[in-house]
Each structure stands twice: as structure tokens, then as C-alpha cells.
Design a protein around this ligand. Structure first.
Ligand code: CA
Length: 346
């Protein structure tokens, strides 16, 4: 079991692929806040959207809204509006009809770019072989489509950092996490592709709760983004309070970008993970070999994922990289403390 080594020198080229989504929105803001500074951590090549929490039209609209709120100009491409094989599920019960209920949502002044998200991913990977990190925080359909349309890009992917799955229980069925269940066949394609893949499952994202004091810290920033984030998190907390009895929402998706910023905050382990593609009660479950029962692990491509297991520090983000302190919309002069508060000690 190891904390991860340092990443290459920034900025890291990334594509955020998601289904905003309250926690997707926070993740996008976190990534974009690290993209505009004299020494940026990220080069956000674009945002790609997928069906998931709500339908594709609404997840794309929400991405457009978050982009405008951030004040950072990145292209947005809409992708898949349905899973590869199974019927579509959605999570209005958690995220509201808009997918981002809570704050007043303005009408975006700009639309998405022409072209499919999968095509954009293909183009970017071919243009930057070995450089691009894909950060999906929804069903893996866009990545699976890109890998199937252009198999030549698979070895060009630097890594995939996905929020989804779990080493233990689900959150949509007793067995399955939502993003995995929403398109298990896409997950299977990505898992077995051979790309280096880190799976931020519920087993670790449920350790990052946005308690009221932390939400208040966002509000205390006194910015539009800070207030927007606070209202989002207050709405998101309602479901978690009713379902789990927790005093805040789980910051699932922001764990991905947080890990790219500070991998040393997480304890991870390589693990053999398969997706249950059957139609039974375990459909969509990510079956993780926590105890290494399948050793020796299968040789060759696929299935061996890096699985974060716990968050191993609480104070580290106080030393946030310079870029996060310079974002023009989100006043990060205070955000080190508020974001650090999302983490629990081991
Ligand atoms: Ca999501």
C-alpha cells in the first residue's frame, strides 16, 4: 500500500468528462481554478459531457453554466445520450430535475461546440500522444466510444482517473455505484483497454463529506462561485442526510482532481477489478479483489486498477499550489482552508 509518487511538472493536460451534477460542478471549478495562473497545475483542454445524473441536454447545459460562472474559456463538447447496451437510468432524486438544483441557474450565453465528445477526445489524444489525462466523473460511455472508434488512441492515453465503482457497497443498488451501473459495458471496455486507470470508488469518496462548516467556508469566500458552491452543496446534502444520516454531501467527483493535485493525500493500492455485466442483483458492481485472492493477477491487458482506499492527510491542502490562489472568480486566498476541510484524517 503506497501513497502515490509525484506527477510530472505541471501544467498537466486534462479533459474533464462528466454529467454535471453537483459534485461534477465542484470538480470542474476546482480544475479550472488550477488552470488560470502564472504557474498553472492544469491545461484543461476541454469539458465533455455525457448522460448520467440527468439527460445529456441538461448535463451539457449545466457544464455551460459552470464554465461561464468560472470565467475560464474552455471548449465544451456533448457526447453520448445513452448507454451502450442497457437502458438509461438517471438520478433526479439526488440532483433534482435540472441535475444541478439549488442555485438559480442562468441561461448560458454560449452553446457547446459542434462535434461529438468522443471525436474531441480522439483528436486531443492524437495531438498529444502520451500526455493527456482523462478525468471521467460519470458513466464511461464517451471514453468507451472513443476507444472503439479509434483503437490507436488507447496507448496514447497518459492515464484515466475515474470517479465510479466501489470496493464495497453501492449507492444505486445494494451492489452497484451509479456511474458503473449506468453503463457497465462501457466500464468494461475501459477497464480492459490497458490504460492506466485509477478508480475513485465510494469506499474513498464517502470519506469526503462537505459538512456545514465547510459549506460555510465556501460561502465566506464572498464570491459568486463561493456562494454557488455553497448552495449546490446544501442541496446535495439533503439526499445524503435522508439516505445515510450524514451531515453533508459526499464530494465524489472532486476526489479525482484533488488526487491529481495532491496524490500524496491518498493511500492507494493496485487491485484486480471486474465489472458485473449480468442482469442479476449485482449488475454493475465493481468486484474488487481487496484481499488479492486472484493472485497471481492476470497477465496482459486490463483489469489491474489503482484503487484509492483512504484519504491520508487533512492539512496538506493548506499548502495549495500557487495557481489555486490566483483564480479570478473563486477567491482562493481562503480556499486552502475550506478545501482542506473536505478531507478527513486517516
Ligand atoms: Ca458525476
Amino acid at each position: 500500500m503506497t501513497c502515490m509518487p509525484a506527477f510530472p511538472a505541471p501544467p498537466l493536460p486534462i479533459i474533464l468528462d462528466g454529467d454535471p451534477g453537483h459534485d461534477d460542478a465542484i470538480n470542474i471549478l476546482l480544475a479550472l481554478s488550477g488552470s488560470e495562473s502564472a504557474s498553472p497545475e492544469f491545461q484543461v483542454l476541454g469539458l465533455t459531457t455525457v448522460f448520467g445524473n440527468v439527460g445529456l441536454d441538461r448535463t451539457t447545459r449545466n457544464a455551460l453554466i459552470v464554465r461561464e460562472l468560472s470565467g475560464v474559456d474552455v471548449p465544451i463538447f456533448a457526447g453520448a445520450d445513452r448507454p451502450l447496451v442497457r437502458g438509461r437510468i438517471s438520478a433526479e432524486a439526488v440532483h433534482g430535475d435540472s441535475g444541478m438544483d439549488g442555485p438559480d441557474l442562468p441561461t448560458p450565453t454560449r452553446g457547446a461546440e459542434a462535434g461529438h465528445a468522443a471525436r474531441f477526445i480522439i483528436e486531443q489524444l492524437r495531438a498529444r500522444p502520451g500526455e493527456v489525462t482523462l478525468v471521467p466523473t460519470g458513466p464511461l460511455t464517451n471514453l468507451a466510444l472513443a476507444f472503439r472508434l479509434a483503437p490507436d488512441i488507447v496507448p496514447l492515453v497518459r492515464q484515466v482517473v475515474w470517479m465510479g465503482g466501489s470496493t464495497d457497497t453501492g449507492n444505486w443498488t445494494p451492489a452497484a455505484e451509479f456511474n458503473a451501473l449506468a453503463d457497465p459495458h462501457a466500464a468494461q471496455i475501459v477497464f480492459t483497454s490497458g490504460v492506466p486507470l485509477t478508480m475513485f470508488g465510494l469506499n474513498v469518496t464517502h470519506q469526503a463529506i462537505a459538512h456545514p462548516a465547510r459549506v460555510a467556508a465556501f460561502r465566506a469566500l464572498g464570491t459568486r462561485v463561493g456562494e454557488f458552491a455553497a448552495v449546490l452543496l446544501e442541496f446535495f446534502a439533503e439526499h445524503h442526510r435522508e439516505r445515510y444520516g450524514w451531515d453533508g454531501g459526499a464530494l465524489h467527483d472532486p476526489m479525482t482532481v484533488a488526487w491529481l493535485l495532491r496524490p500524496d493525500l491518498f493511500v492507494s493500492r493496485p487491485m484486480h477489478v471486474k465489472v458485473d455485466l449480468t442482469a442479476g442483483p449485482s449488475a454493475g458492481r465493481t468486484v474488487a479483489d481487496v484481499w488479492n485472492l486472484t493472485a497471481p493477477r492476470p497477465k496482459g491487458r486490463g483489469f489491474l486498477l489503482r484503487v484509492p482506499l483512504r484519504i491520508c492527510a487533512a492539512s496538506g491542502l493548506a499548502r495549495r499550489p500557487q495557481g489555486l490562489q490566483k483564480h479570478r472568480s473563486l477567491n482562493h486566498s481562503d480556499s486552502g482552508a475550506s478545501l482542506a476541510g473536505l478531507y478527513q484524517r486517516c
